[in-house]
Write a protein of this length. Structure first.
Length: 114
């Protein structure tokens, strides 16, 4: 086992995200919050022990994460909410930080660029 030198941020949509999706995409009307939260997104952040340090990283990256979440459900950018600030992020998403992910795989770590 190896500890990876990163912290983890888990992001789950909240009701405002679902409400926006239903307005933006009429084909999403049958989706529930449970559907959107079934597979939460996990982001790797620099390693930190203090939540305050992780919050600083989130504040710096919230627009990028917000846009990645929006793009994952609806790609018409002109219908995305204009406010993608940290305040809006906190309203639209539940999030949790975790430290010290443990790599149990024998496979080497790899990366795919999007």
């Amino acid at each position: 086992m190896r500890v990876i030198n990163r912290s983890i941020l888990i992001v789950l949509p909240k009701q405002p995200f679902l409400d926006w999706l239903h307005r933006a995409d009429p084909t999403s009307v049958d989706l529930t919050l449970e559907d959107l939260r079934r597979e939460p997104a996990a982001y790797l952040l620099p390693p930190h022990d203090l939540k305050a340090d992780l919050e600083k990283h989130l504040k710096r990256l919230c627009k990028t994460i917000f846009e990645e979440q929006l793009d994952g459900w609806y790609r018409v950018k002109k219908l995305w909410p204009q406010d993608r600030s940290i305040l809006a992020f906190r309203e639209w998403f539940e999030y949790r930080f975790y430290g010290m992910p443990i790599d149990l795989s024998k496979e080497p770590l790899g990366w795919d660029d999007f």
